[in-house]
Design a protein around this ligand. Structure first.
Ligand code: FE
Ligand code: FE
Ligand code: ZN
Length: 277
């Protein structure tokens, strides 16, 4: 069983989003917890969140991924931005308990000139001030392309963050194929080696989800422009190797490709046809 899905809109509610996923042939999904470029969040209706939980159980969904807004930056040089990040992060973790035992993915942040070390400690500070023993959610640090002053461009940076977190059980990693390729990891020719490095540095037990994207740019470009599957610089062959990799079985694979619903449906269908499980 492969858990395959895509990024969906939650604007019609949780249950509607689950039904949309089913129409596309998906059995996992991702959504923004709030306006991706702002901070506003809609109030959650308990019946609606329970309807999605039920739909997921009835249709054997894998874990789903909530994505923090892009503007969240726990390591900005600006103190107000950092304070807002902490507030949103805490609030999102409370909201996630309406959909228990899933993932909350976030971009670690951009240090905006403070330097990587300061950035890493500020990210860890936010986690230490917001993670709780009782939360059912695992928070995921996303691997980043290394655009501007982004942190998370290497497995070493992610490891350095995790090392400083007290409640390590609550933290994992989401590996984005476009981002790591743009960061300089050779997804095309050396995916086995990449996973070996990940295991040596972070530990494969921390790898919880995959963002499955092709890239518009060459390896090491530090750009972060996603392409539809098979139409970019990563290509079909490498993507098939990712979804069929024995070390990744059981993880949710989530598309964030530039697609409409029909495009996602076709990609999910094509990937299922080329999946061994
Ligand atoms: Fe992301
Ligand atoms: Fe991503
Ligand atoms: Zn991206």
């Amino acid at each position: 069983m492969i858990y395959l899905g895509c990024h969906l809109s939650v604007s019609g509610g949780f249950e509607k989003m689950g039904k949309d996923a089913l129409l596309l042939g998906a059995n996992t999904l991702q959504f923004f917890t709030r306006n991706p470029r702002g901070a506003n969040a809609k109030k959650i209706k308990e019946e609606d969140s329970q309807a999605l939980v039920r739909l997921m159980q009835q249709n054997n969904f894998g874990k789903i991924i909530a994505h923090a807004p892009y503007t969240l930056n726990p390591c900005s040089a600006d103190e107000n931005t950092r304070r807002l990040a902490l507030k949103i992060f805490k609030d999102d973790l409370l909201r996630m308990e309406y959909l228990p035992n899933n993932y909350y993915n976030f971009h670690p942040g951009s240090h905006t000139g403070q330097g990587v070390d300061v950035g890493i400690s500020q990210i860890a500070n936010m986690l230490n001030e917001s993670l709780t023993e009782t939360q059912s959610t695992t928070v995921l640090l996303e691997t980043m392309a290394g655009k501007g002053t982004e942190i998370g461009r290497s497995f070493e940076e992610l490891k350095a963050i995790i090392d400083r977190v007290e409640l390590k059980d609550k933290v994992g990693v989401c590996l984005d194929t476009c981002h790591i390729f743009d960061a300089g990891y050779d997804v095309v020719n050396n995916f086995d080696g990449i996973l070996r490095d990940f295991d040596n540095i972070v530990g494969l037990d921390r790898l919880k989800a995959i963002h499955l994207n092709d890239s518009k740019n060459p390896m090491g470009s530090h750009k972060d422009r996603h392409e539809t599957i098979g139409n970019g610089t990563i290509g079909l062959c490498a993507i098939f190797k990712v979804i069929n990799h024995p070390l990744l079985q059981g993880l949710p694979f989530c598309l964030e490709t530039p697609n409409d619903a029909e495009g996602y449906k076709q990609e999910i269908h094509m990937l299922r046809e080329n999946s061994n499980s």
